[in-house]
Every structure is written in C-alpha cells, then in structure tokens.
Design a protein around this ligand. Structure first.
Ligand SMILES: [Zn+2]
Length: 277
C-alpha cells in the first residue's frame, strides 16, 4: 500500500474517531431521553419539551464550563495536545478518552487500508471496526450496549456476506443465531444458579453480530479471546485497590476479539486450531 494512501487513511481515521467521540458522548443521553419520554407517556404524565439534543445539535461545549469549543481546538488529536488536555476557557481537564478514541480511529483505518486496500469491502470492514470502537467505549462508560449499534452491526454483517462472499451466508446466519443463543443460555443458567445477572442482553446481540461477520466457526475463538482479554484486565484491576470489585462490562472484550477476527481472522484461526488440535 502506497504511503500517501496510508497517510490519507490516518487523517480520515482521526476525523472518524472524532465523530465517534460525539456518538459516544451523546447516544446514551439521547437513549435516556427517549426512555424517559416513553415512561412519562406510559404513566400518562404531561409531555416534556426539552431543548433539541441529537448528534448535530447543540454544538460541542466544554463539559465543565459549557464554553463552546472553537474549531481549531476541536481538530482531532492536535486540539487536545495543543491545549495539553485542558479547556481553553476554564482550564478544566478534558478526558484523555477523546484523543484516545481519535487515535484508535486512525489506527483502525490505517490497518484496514493496509490489509484490504481501498474498496467497498474495506469500507464495510472499517465501518464494523468503528462501530465496535463506539460500543466498547459506551459500554465502559455506561454499562450499555445500545441496540442502535449492535443490531445495525448484525444486519450489516449479513449484508457483507451476501455482497462479497455469498458462500459464507449460511455459516454467518448460523453464527448470528448460535452467538445469541450461546450467551442467552449462559445468562439464564447463571441466573438460575446464582440469582445474579452475569451479563446483559447487549452482549448476546454483540456476539450474534460477530457471528454474522465471521461465521459460526469463529464463535469459540471469539469467546476464548474475549475471556482471555477480560481475565488479563481483571487481574490488572485486582492490583489497584481503588478499582477492585468494580463491575466489568464484557462488551469491550468482545469488541477486541471482533477486531482481531475482522483484521487477522485467518491467521488467528490457523494458530488457534494448531494449539487446540
Ligand atoms: Zn471549560
């Protein structure tokens, strides 16, 4: 892959990451507002008319002082670095999550361009990788895996197979069903045995989506990888007394396994089979 193409991919990825930051910050708020409006309607309470709030309105503001963020402080990565992670108006710290998500967007886009070139197929894979990024961070922050992200990922996976590798369609449909039902069964067994909820319905839908993208034969590998990533991070958190016992969402680990499967599926599968058999 030519260097200029990779540079363009990096710039595009940083901008896409910047947009993901908006989705990550606003989608959960939009969902909460929707649920609140539905609950009020069900209780027959008078309708509220809160100010408009969606991905485009209002413009970006500092979370601490609500000063509008000027365009040149909003440039991906550079804006945060220039201000050393502080608001230009009130000097409040701006979370390192913003540049990290932008950077992750850049890295994923470069990886997809390097591995798959510039094509419709690459565009689909990039969209899947970025959806996974948004889901991972939203799950970390809010313990939610919104249907608004998991379900489009699932359907896009089936569309991807139909458009680019029709022979994979049947394994993908089985993968989606088996992914959902595997975690659904685990959830109910765990709940009947312990009375606790080990994971959420969003996790089932996310595994179903990964099954649709990668086919049923990848499901064991995805579960092994995500459990492995989860165990590593769990051990690291045990070491820090402040974080010990904190509930840990499963979505980010499923997302990591999903990236691995989407970007290096064949190599991973070959290694896995060699280790298992
Ligand atoms: Zn501020």
């Amino acid at each position: 892959m030519a260097i200029p193409v990779l540079l363009l991919a990096a710039l595009l990825g940083l901008c896409l990451g910047s947009f993901l930051n908006v989705v990550i910050a606003r989608l959960p708020v939009m969902l909460m507002r929707g649920w609140r409006a539905e609950a009020r309607a069900a209780l027959e309470l008078p309708e509220e008319t809160p100010p408009r709030f969606n991905l485009a309105t209002p413009g970006s503001v500092c979370p601490a002082c609500e000063a509008p963020i000027r365009w040149h402080d909003n440039i991906p990565l550079a804006g945060w670095l220039k201000r050393r992670g502080r608001c230009a108006a009130c000097e409040a710290r701006i979370s390192v999550q913003y540049p990290l998500v932008e950077l992750a967007g850049g890295v994923l886009t470069v990886a997809v361009a390097a591995l798959f070139g510039v094509s419709w197929q690459a565009g689909f894979i990039l969209a899947a990788c970025l959806l996974l990024l948004a889901m991972a961070v939203i799950d970390l922050r809010t313990q939610l895996l919104p249907d608004a992200l998991t379900l489009p990922l699932l359907w896009a996976g089936l569309l991807y197979q139909l458009a680019f590798q029709p022979a994979m369609l049947a394994p993908a449909v089985i993968g989606a069903m088996a992914g959902y039902l595997a975690l659904w069964s685990f959830y109910w067994l765990f709940k009947l045995a312990t009375g606790k909820e080990g994971m959420g319905y969003g996790d089932f839908k996310l595994l179903a989506a990964l099954g649709a993208w990668l086919g049923w034969s990848f499901l064991p590998l995805i579960l092994v990888l995500s459990a492995g990533f989860g165990a590593l991070v769990g051990l690291a958190l045990q070491a820090s007394p402040k974080r010990r016992g904190m509930p840990m969402p499963f979505g980010p680990f499923l997302a990591m396994a999903g990236w691995a499967g989407l970007l290096a599926g064949n190599e991973l599968m070959a290694t896995y089979l060699r280790l298992v058999i």
